[in-house]
Design a binder for this molecule. Sequence first.
Ligand code: FER
Length: 186
Amino acid sequence: MAKRVLKHAILGLLRKQDMSGYDITSEFTKEISQFWSAKHSQIYTELKKLLDEKLIEQYIEISGVKLEKKMYTLTEEGKKELAQWLMHPEQIPETEKDTFALKVYFIQYIPEEKILPLFQDQLDQREQKLSELKSRYQLIFAQREEEIGLGSDELGHYLVLTKAISREESYVDWLKKSIRFIRQKR
Ligand code: FER
């Protein structure tokens, strides 16, 4: 994992509350994995590293008669590390991995009659994704925003979700323009 982003994602999750490895994995699946992908198998490896580095500590929580849960908690060092990482300005990635864009670059080798279907397919998928994102927004934020306002613990989620919506709107817009442009040229 480049720059050990997973490390900081775990520190970020533990900042709010202590969690078991299982809690961390399910928190990932619930929200973070929607906009940032990590292999779940890496989480336990990373937890071990964080323990070695003394950024987190482990304790046993007894719940019920025989249920022992290994819990993880941030150390002061861990809190500091997270704060440093969060405040450090982020370089944009040199390149986005957009395979469709790579195909478009070689468009001259695509048979004429296959070009529009490829764009149309991409448009359908992006519109589908946009509509899912908008439903999610409706579900989580729509009434909230108008009525009571956003809680401070929701601001981050709100911002990454509206970012995704803007990105897909812009992608759909570009695809539509390109389809019109290609049609005109023929
Ligand atoms: C969400 C928050 C962010 C979500 C998706 C995203 C589907 C971002 C997605 C993306 O960047 O593609 O709750 O739910």
